[in-house]
Design a binder for this molecule. Structure first.
Ligand code: NBY
Length: 840
């Protein structure tokens, strides 16, 4: 009631009791000690690094909570238009260091922790990665959250709180990838999240949908599951704004089935609760291959998450008290790939069945609210769900999808009207693909249900427009389809992972890092320094120390000694045929064979090289796993050859993660981004390496092209066929195959050596080698010679050390465009129409 006094009690006492952010060393140590004593129930004399990390983390968490609370309060009061980023993956990595840096408290914490007898670096190593994602798509979502908060934009993320993140990768003695579960929450409390057991929604599956005469439908029966919110705090950089990532956990609606329980049938009684909990238990480890059949649990995940998120979004909108016609003025929903496409029929269901809005008006609301980002044009990655499964699990949504197809004057009839009699076109564009079974094409649904559609780099957006969504461009016009080139957060991918370089940049630019980290184009001011020999020396020394840091890491984790006087050559990404790690290892073997043929005098002139690989293969991806096996076994032979081991060594670092990337990326001299042209939508690690002064070896693909435009083509090493040639080459492979021996003798020699057993039983690798000998879909035989040529250019260029460092400096200086701040501001301005809301 309006008469209630707030706060209760004496305001003065409340004020005195309230805490503000601890930003002085004494208050920080006091807070850490308090947490040791009470939160952890431990004491100074039995505290190890893990305990100290936990206490320090809880202390920072207190600060984050204050900012987070103020931010949420402020957003609620201001009621601006908000954007919601729906992503089934958020690959956040560690939080502690990032939070300290964004709050500007790293130095104070370092000092405080040291006063308590601990080393900051050791504490940082205690934290487990939050690895709730597969690769680029999930990491992009994490970078976008960081940028949204840093740019003070009212953006929330919505995802799932998996009990198990991406599997942990082990390498067996044979070189085989083994998978182990990643129970990342098993260590007890996760300090970076706030359980919101009061924020829950019921989500229905199965049951029946009965159409009513008024256009609505009654969806009843089936299974009901609870979605419980966990809020992850996302601090902005040098701002109070602390945004929210809301992750849903599934829970049974009731502890167990009471009827069975009372009848003494305990097994059946807990079954339903197990099946509810299973929904958010594990992240699917596939990237780029959508697994077609029998994946009911995956569809359940998608619906569970979109339904809970939309219920939450609609409830928040209703609290503002505006009519639904204004929904798109307050809400923008971004679909991170097609995984959340069910948001479209789900929002239709809410508007029609629950809010009693007419079909046409509802469709207007939806198509002005939702935006869709495509991340791949590979056909095997385009999601399709079998109609029978959809009808069974989500009967009402299947009705709505058919209605979109047949009822909306904006689609089926409109296509018919615009292209009369063009049956083929209608079939191509349909939401339903004919076949046994019929399948729902999620990309088509996402496209027609969205306000705008974008790709993630110029070339990729063009491919979206001219291949997979061509018919839709002809039907709806070009303006709906555009591009937002990906970006990366310079906070994590420069300041945090490369503190020395960050400090050098601040010193040189003569501004605090809080300025240039949020205005990355300022890096341009480094350009003249390329001409300054003293600056180059500092620059090179930092690279060298980063190499030593990586070498130290390899030494302590794997017990291997790395030659830090060598050029560091890095390829780290998910294992996939299209990314062509195979091309890289075949090139390494070619290099090895060439070294073996040289005289000792010739070898003296060769610059030593260390090649690093890291990446996970999808557990069912046989060829990708064979590639790992080849890398590991080739490394075993090459690294111990006394004739060559000073000049060439190869490492496969197991269990690639965000944290490992943070050590690898700053140490590279070159990194490889060598996908078959037209297959890598953008790539984002290419940006991370270049931002840290590593040069790029790559194909003319994805964001490589824009990086070359930005840094200058003389600073990148391009090779290989271009996108327009790919189709023809594949056609030739099919209909006019030329044996590898004829087409590319150097490569044929490498394949023969592998088959002949140079790296152990050659027979093992035949299935992998045969993908190259026959069909060669990813064009290894076509690009091999020019790849080797590019690596020779690298060797040449590296001979002139000073010139090389200049290239490195110029590369970093020109990378401003690739800040995720630029990308998120493009989404905010051109798509979502939201504005910054600064928390005072
Ligand atoms: O998204 C990647 C693209 O390959 C890369 O070029 C781009 O830079 C990045 C960010 O836009 N795509 C990607 O990482 N995709 C997945 O991880 C993924 C995960 C799951 C599924 C499909 C793709 N799935 O169908 O389950």
């Amino acid at each position: 009631s309006g008469k209630e006094k707030w706060p209760r009690g004496e305001e003065k006492v409340w004020k005195e009791g309230s805490r503000s952010v601890n930003n002085e060393v004494p208050s920080i140590t006091k807070s850490i000690v308090n947490h040791v004593q009470t939160s952890l129930a431990r004491q100074a004399y039995n505290l190890d690094d893990l305990g100290a990390y936990q206490a320090a983390a809880l202390s920072v968490r207190d600060d984050l909570i204050l900012n987070w609370n103020d931010t949420q309060m402020h957003y609620t009061r201001k009621a601006p238009k908000r954007a919601y980023y729906l992503s089934l993956e958020f690959l956040m990595g560690r939080t502690f260091d990032n939070a300290l840096l964004n709050l500007g408290l790293k130095d104070q914490y370092r000092e405080g922790v040291s006063k308590l007898g601990f080393n900051m670096e050791d504490l940082l190593e205690q934290e487990r990665d939050a690895a709730l994602g597969n690769g680029g798509l999930g990491r992009l979502a994490a970078c976008y959250l960081d940028s949204s908060a840093s740019q003070e934009l009212p953006v929330w993320g919505y995802g799932l709180r998996y009990q198990y993140g991406i599997f942990q990768q082990l390498i067996s003695p044979e070189g085989q990838q083994l998978e182990q579960p990643d129970p990342w929450l098993a260590g007890g409390e996760n300090p970076w999240e706030l359980p919101r057991l009061d924020v829950t929604y019921e989500v229905r599956f199965y049951g029946t949908a009965e159409r009513l005469p008024d256009g609505r439908a009654l969806w009843q029966g089936g299974q009901e599951v609870l979605a419980v919110a966990y809020d992850v705090m996302v601090p902005g950089c040098y701002t109070k704004n602390t945004n929210n990532l809301r992750l849903w956990e599934s829970k049974p609606k009731r502890g167990f089935d009471l009827n069975s329980f009372n009848a003494g049938d305990y097994e059946h009684a807990v079954e339903s609760s197990n099946s509810a909990a299973a929904i958010t238990s594990v992240l699917y480890p596939n990237d780029h291959t959508y697994v077609r059949f029998g994946k009911e649990l995956r569809l359940k995940q998608q619906y569970f998450w979109t339904a809970a998120s939309l219920a939450d979004i609609v409830r928040r909108f209703k609290n503002i008290g505006k009519p639904f016609s204004q929904f798109p003025d307050y809400v923008a929903i971004q679909l991170n790939d097609t995984h959340p496409t069910l948001a479209i029929p789900e929002l239709m269901r809410i508007l029609i069945d629950e809010e009693e809005i007419a079909w046409g008006k509802a469709w207007d609301i939806v198509t002005n609210t939702v935006f869709y980002t495509n991340h791949t044009v590979l056909p095997e990655a385009l999601e399709k769900w079998p109609v029978p499964l959809m009808e069974h699990l989500l009967p009402r949504h299947m009705q709505i999808i058919y209605d979109i197809l047949f009822l909306t004057t904006t689609f089926h009839q409109a296509v018919e009207k615009k292209f009369p009699g063009d049956r083929d076109r209608l079939a191509r564009m349909s939401l339903i693909e004919e076949g046994f079974p019929k399948q729902v094409r999620m990309a088509h649904l996402a496209c027609i249900g969205s306000r705008k559609v974008n790709g993630v780099a110029e070339l990729h957006s063009e491919l979206v427009r001219t291949t997979i969504l061509k018919d839709f461009v002809e039907f709806e016009g070009l303006s709906k389809f555009s591009n937002v080139t990906n970006g990366i957060t310079p906070r994590r991918w420069l300041d945090q992972c490369n503190p020395e370089l960050s400090a050098l940049i601040s010193k040189t630019l003569k501004v605090d890092k809080s300025v240039w980290l949020k205005d990355l184009d300022r890096l341009k001011e480094l350009l003249p320094c390329a001409e300054d020999a003293a600056f180059r020396k500092e620059w090179a020394a930092i690279k060298q120390r980063n190499k030593e840091r990586l070498a130290h890491h390899v030494e302590t984790t794997l017990g291997l000694t790395v030659n830090t006087n060598a050029m560091f050559d890095v390829q780290i990404k998910r294992l996939h045929e299209y990314k062509r790690q195979t091309l890289n290892i075949l090139g390494v073997i070619h290099r090895y064979l060439t070294l073996k043929k040289m005289t000792a005098a010739e070898r003296k002139k060769v610059n030593p090289r260390v090649v690093f690989f890291a990446g996970k293969a999808a557990p069912g991806y046989y060829i990708a796993k064979l590639t790992i096996r080849l890398i590991v076994n080739a490394a075993r032979v090459i690294n111990v050859d006394p004739e060559t081991r000073d000049l060439l060594t190869v490492y496969f670092l197991p269990d690639y993660s965000v944290s490992l990337a943070e050590v690898l990326i700053p140490s590279s001299d070159i990194s490889q981004h060598i996908s078959t042209a037209g297959t890598e939508a953008s790539g984002t690690s290419n940006m991370k390496f270049c931002l840290n002064g590593g040069l790029l070896v790559g194909t003319v693909d994805g964001a490589n092209i824009e990086i070359a435009e930005a840094v200058g083509e003389n600073n990148v090493f391009f090779f290989g066929h271009l996108t327009p040639a790919v189709e023809d080459l594949r056609y030739q492979h099919m209909y006019h195959p030329v044996p590898v021996e004829e087409k590319c003798p150097a490569l044929a020699n490498v394949l023969d050596k592998i088959s002949g057993g140079l790296f152990g039983d050659g027979g093992v690798y035949e299935p992998l080698l045969n993908t190259i000998r026959q069909g060669d879909y990813y064009l290894i035989t076509d690009d091999f010679d020019s790849y080797i040529g590019a690596l020779e250019m690298v060797d040449q260029a590296y001979l002139d050390k000073e010139e090389w460092i200049k290239k490195s400096i110029r590369t970093t200086a020109n990378m401003g465009k690739f800040s995720s701040d630029r990308a998120i501001l493009e989404y905010a301005e051109s798509y979502w129409n939201i504005e910054p809301v600064k928390v005072p």
